[in-house]
Design a binder for this molecule. Structure first.
Ligand code: TIU
Length: 222
């Protein structure tokens, strides 16, 4: 296959799977399961479940097409040397980053809660990027991985729409990547933020990306 035309807002986008990466943001137990970082912040973590099945379908399609697949995980070194004090001190969570919770230390690499949920486990050959911030480009080698594979387009899904997905799309757009979001493959603890975050991306002629959905993306690709 050379190019596929994806139906999207604000208009169709032609992508070449050989130069496209599927980027799955932070589908970790810490955000999706009770007892993790998301719940310590006071969120109803069940709100993120809707993204799981669409991402499973996107992963299956990407794997069939041999597309580059990248998974990210938000988290910190066990000594918290890469966790800014301002991030640890933020808000009034029931447990802070680094504290011991039911899935191990909150948002710390190597702990059970830091792992990607069982339904979306990476397979050999897929890239896993550990990131200390909300954006996947900040303080990671993501851009190097993408340039090594001559990637120009990112299909970005995961959680949460208005936090780590949005930050990554904004970072990616400024670095020259065309970013397409499957609306159903993203989710937020705040449904209204999910909706408005997607509208922000495709407004003004697609000011920093395109919004589609898993069905339309897969219909174009497969
Ligand atoms: N709290 C929230 O909505 N999100 C995060 O803290 N990180 C991600 O979005 N992954």
């Amino acid at each position: 296959m050379s190019t596929a035309l994806i139906d999207a807002e604000p208009g169709p986008i032609a992508i070449d799977p050989a130069h496209t990466a599927l980027v799955v943001i932070d589908m970790q137990r810490d955000f999706l399961e009770p007892g993790g970082f998301g719940e310590t912040l006071g969120n109803d973590v069940s709100r993120l479940q809707s993204a799981v099945a669409p991402i499973q379908r996107l992963l299956a399609g990407a794997r069939q097409l041999d597309m580059l697949v990248i998974h990210t995980r938000e988290g910190h070194r066990p000594d918290l040397s890469d966790a800014p004090p301002a991030k640890i001190a933020r808000g009034a969570p029931s447990l802070r980053i680094g504290d011991k919770g039911p899935m191990g230390r909150i948002l710390v690499r190597g702990e059970a809660g830091h792992a990607i949920i069982p339904a979306l486990q990476p397979i050999p050959g897929e890239v896993v990027i550990d990131k200390p911030g909300k954006g996947a480009f900040y303080a990671t080698d993501l851009q190097l991985v993408l340039s090594t594979r001559a990637i120009d387009t990112l299909i970005v899904c995961g959680v949460t729409t208005e936090v780590c997905v949005h930050t990554t799309v904004r970072e990616g757009n400024d670095r020259g990547y065309r970013c397409v979001l499957p609306a159903d493959g993203c989710a937020s603890y705040f449904p209204e933020f999910h909706e408005i975050a997607l509208r922000m991306i495709s407004a003004q002629g697609g000011i920093f990306g395109w919004v589609s959905d898993s069905q339309r993306i897969l219909a174009a690709l497969m």
